[in-house]
Structures are given as C-alpha cells and as structure tokens.
Ligand binder design. Structure first.
Ligand code: AHM
Ligand code: MG
Length: 336
C-alpha cells in the first residue's frame, strides 16, 4: 500500500480557494509560485557551504547594509518566479529602493502586490543559523494596469495573505489568509510541503523574552524597566522569563509563536524608529501573530493599524503572546 501523504500545501491552498465563491485562481497561482521560489531558495541555502554563495557581494543595499550573495540570489529568485505570471501589478523588496514594475513584455493588470524580505537574518547565513523569507500580499487599489506606491502603502490590516518560509533544522512554510495560521514542513524526499502544524495558536502568555540586550545602553527608561520586569523573579506571574535571541527575526518569531513569548526590537537613541521594516517584516508577522491569537505593537499603536508613509519605513516592534504584548503596552505608556 502506498503511504498516505497527508495534506500538501498545494491541496490546502486549493481547498481554501473553494471556500471563496467566484475565486479566479490567481491568488492560488501566486501562492504556488511563492512555494516554488521558497524551494529554490531552500536548495541554495542547503548547499550554501558547498558552492560559492556565502559571503558578501561588496555592495551596500538600500537599507545601508552589506549585501550577502545569498540575499541577492533570494531576491532574484523571488522576482524571476513572479514577474511573468500576470498575478501581480508590482512587487517591493527589502533589497530594492523603489517598487518593482512588471516588465511590459509580461502580462499586465495583475490584481495583487507582493512585498517581501527575500532573506531575513542574512547576517546569520555564513554560520548555519536559521534564516527565512517573509512575504505580504495586498490587493491593488490604484487605477490603471501598473502598480503604484499607494498599493504598497496600505496598513497591515489590509493584507490578504502573509507568510514566511523558515530555512531551519527543517524548512517550513507558515501562512495565513485570515482563515487560521497553518504550518507546512518540507519533505525533501518528495519536494512537497506537508501540513504539520494546522491552525497554530500561540499561548496567551509565554516564558521567553527576545531582545538584543547589547543595545541596552541606548534604550529609554521605559524599555529598560520593561526588560527588567521580564527578568525579575515572581512565581505568581511566571517570571523570570528565559532570554532567547537568535538575531534572525523569522527564527525568533517562529519559536515564540509556537512556544509563546515576546520579541522586542524597540526604537532607541540611535535607531529612532527601530530597525525592522514595516512592510517586509513587522506587518506580515503581525497578521500571522494576530491570526494565531497573539498581538503586536509599535510602541503605542497596533502594528496592523500603522499607516505606512514610505516603502522602507522602520518601526519599533513588540510582538508575541497577547498578555506579554499588553504588558509591553503598559510599560511603554509609562504606567509602571
Ligand atoms: P535583515 O532583514 O537585513 O536580515 O535584518 C533584519 C534582522 C532581523 O532578522 C533580526 O531580528 C534583526 O535584524 C537583528 O538585528 P540585530 O543584529 O541588531 O539584533
Ligand atoms: Mg529582514
């Protein structure tokens, strides 16, 4: 008897599509292209030590950061898998300054936009630590066949899909379209993502805090008090929390999503708006977190409510278990 495979990601997407009356299949088609891009990037990440893809290109990206060869590879892979499909009106990448138009030789008038961080955590590439690809899909709102900046400057709550692929001890794709958060693990022997984590729910309170404590000399008083709170023993409220910080947002987020906890990247004296990018990092993870029962704030405001004003806008990010985020909110309001 052949082994029963369980639910493949492709089947899951088709089942989701059937729930939406009149769906054209474009959206499912787009997700399927993202899956293929993810597999191509996975393959390269997996061979990274063997072929010449490690190290820096010698260039600096739009964020002022050194471009790694794998960053460039992942960015190109995402672009090349999407540009000709007809599903998109434009793309935006963390690595590229302006929005990326669909070349005239390819079908125009796509209904969706795709924003992505092609390889999050790239400083960890060379040392075999988990990294990931984050994506965010919006519906086009501008007139005309081409995409425009306004299509990308929509708040996170308007996303119709968000997800990430984590290249870790196994490769997983986690996504939401507003109908729960579902996680699929890649079975490399058959090249398929199989449903391994249906309907992920994050614990209401965690016992992990994740922050780069090397930045503590730059924090304001509120953040210092907040982090001290999580570290201070108190049996009743389950403290102290354990500190865990990988330095790859996808990996830190993924662990906390499954186990419960709080990830923080605050604004500080040097990075006045924080480090992480609203459109490619904070907003997609915020949608996933909310769908899993968690929450996220950018200092005072909910991440999903933040109205973007720039493509590469940065935001402070506090994301994770609901009670822990509420604790952050109180400290940030100066209530302690
Ligand atoms: P990247 O998208 O260029 O890799 O940068 C974002 C990364 C996140 O993955 C991670 O959470 C953060 O930067 C770590 O920053 P730091 O090294 O300042 O702690
Ligand atoms: Mg990133």
């Amino acid at each position: 008897m052949p082994e029963r495979l369980g639910t493949t990601l492709t089947k899951h997407i088709m089942e989701m599509q059937r729930r939406i009356p009149g769906a054209s299949g474009d959206f499912s088609g787009l997700l399927n292209e993202i899956i293929i891009a993810g597999k191509v990037i996975y393959r390269a990440v997996n061979k990274a030590g063997l072929v010449d893809v490690l190290g820096r290109t010698g260039e600096v990206n739009v964020q002022g950061e050194e471009v790694q060869k794998m960053d460039e590879f992942a960015d190109l892979t995402m672009y090349q898998k999407m540009d000709h499909t007809g599903y998109l009106c434009a793309m935006a990448s963390e690595e590229v300054e302006d929005i990326i138009q669909i070349p005239d030789k390819h079908p125009q008038g796509g209904k969706y936009t795709l924003a992505f961080d092609p390889l999050d955590g790239s400083s960890n590439i060379d040392v075999n630590v988990s990294i990931g690809t984050i994506f965010s899909i919006h519906k086009k709102i501008s007139k005309g066949p081409k995409g425009a900046l306004e299509d990308f400057l929509q708040p996170g709550k308007k996303q119709i899909c968000a997800g990430y692929i984590i290249y870790g001890s196994s490769t997983m794709l986690v996504y939401t379209t507003g109908l729960g958060v579902h996680g699929f693990t890649l079975d490399p022997s058959i090249g398929e993502f199989l449903l391994s984590h249906p309907n992920i729910k994050t614990p209401a309170q965690g016992s992990i805090y994740s922050i780069n404590e090397g930045n503590s000399y730059k924090w304001d008083d509120r953040v210092t008090k907040l982090v001290n709170y999580f570290k201070t023993p108190d049996k009743e409220s389950g403290r102290p929390y354990s500190g865990r910080y990988i330095g790859s947002l996808v990996a830190d987020f993924h662990r906390n999503l499954l186990k419960g906890g709080i990830f923080m990247y605050p604004a500080d004296a040097k990075t006045k708006a924080g480090k992480l990018r609203l459109l490619y990092e904070a907003a997609p993870l915020a949608l996933i977190c909310q769908e899993a029962g968690g929450a996220s704030i950018a200092d005072y405001e909910d991440i999903l409510e933040v109205e973007p004003t720039e493509l590469h806008q940065r935001v402070p990010l506090f994301i994770g278990s609901k009670n822990d985020v509420e604790k952050c909110r109180s400290f940030l309001k100066g209530e302690f």
